[in-house]
Unconditional design. Structure first.
Length: 269
């Protein structure tokens, strides 16, 4: 009877996973914008990174990420984080019609509802692992943080080689929960925490969600609202898996529907 839950997870994953064609179209759109941004004198180069590149993107919520590296001699290098983001937003408004600041990035939205997030960065150098590091604005643009996109790409490649494709499938499941519950943690953190949760093997996906949610509950020291959402995520996932293993498939399906929302409920229906 557990196979019924497995089938529901598989059907749900099909609904939220981008097809190869969708991913290719999104990346091509990002590449076109990158080439235009690189024509600006203040931009040294653009790097396309993020969940689209790592194949952890989900339908409806995932965008192409562009890291726009500012020329080291440009006056923007000495800007405050908020000023840097605002200046890049103004630059993009000269190219595109729908441009908005979204946290620490600038989002360009197209008529087909696809979006590209442009993250302004300043190159810092190469770290001890040989990865290029960049200084980027923090989420609320009040300070700076260090970002090494290739290090994140490498972690996902290594974990997938060790654990198999279920590692990426788990990330997509948890990103969907996160996006449909007010995004208490960032997509970047979901990939990192999945990497830290599983070291040798990954169990069946429902149990993997339980382990991941428990890791987040124990290790994330966020706001009271974040803590409450993570606690509820873990509680519902544990209850759903307990009902699944005890043979109460109907109740298990109902609880997993509460975890993942309407898209999962539609699969059940």
């Amino acid at each position: 009877m557990t196979d019924q839950i497995t089938d529901q997870f598989e059907a749900f994953l099909q609904r939220i996973t981008l097809s190869d064609g969708e991913k290719l179209n999104a990346l091509e759109q990002g590449q076109r914008l990158s080439r235009r941004i690189e024509q600006r004198p203040e931009v040294r180069e653009c790097l396309i990174t993020g969940s689209m590149v790592r194949s952890t993107a989900i339908r409806k919520f995932s965008d192409v990420d562009i890291v726009a590296v500012i020329e080291p001699n440009d006056q923007l290098v000495r800007s405050e984080p908020a000023t840097l983001v605002s200046t890049v937003a103004q630059m993009l408004r000269e190219m595109e019609s729908d441009v908005q600041v979204s946290e620490n990035a600038v989002r360009v939205t197209y008529i087909d509802d696809r979006a590209v997030d442009v993250l302004a960065s300043i190159h810092l150098g190469i770290n001890s692992e040989g990865d290029h590091e960049y200084r980027i604005p923090t989420a609320h643009r009040e300070g700076w943080e260090v970002y090494a996109p290739e290090a994140q790409n490498r972690r996902i490649r290594e974990a997938t080689a060790l654990l198999g494709e279920d590692f990426k499938r788990l990330i997509r499941l948890c990103k969907w929960w996160n996006k449909t519950h007010g995004q208490p943690i960032s997509s970047h953190e979901i990939e990192l925490f999945a990497y830290e949760t599983f070291h040798q093997a990954i169990p069946e996906l429902p149990l993997a969600v339980v382990h991941f949610s428990d890791f987040c509950r124990r290790h994330i020291d966020g706001s009271p609202l974040t803590q409450a959402r993570l606690l509820e995520f873990n509680r519902l996932a544990q209850d759903a898996y307990t009902k699944q293993t005890s043979g109460d498939i109907q109740k298990s399906s109902e609880l997993w529907g509460r975890v993942f929302g309407d898209e999962f409920t539609a699969v059940i229906a």
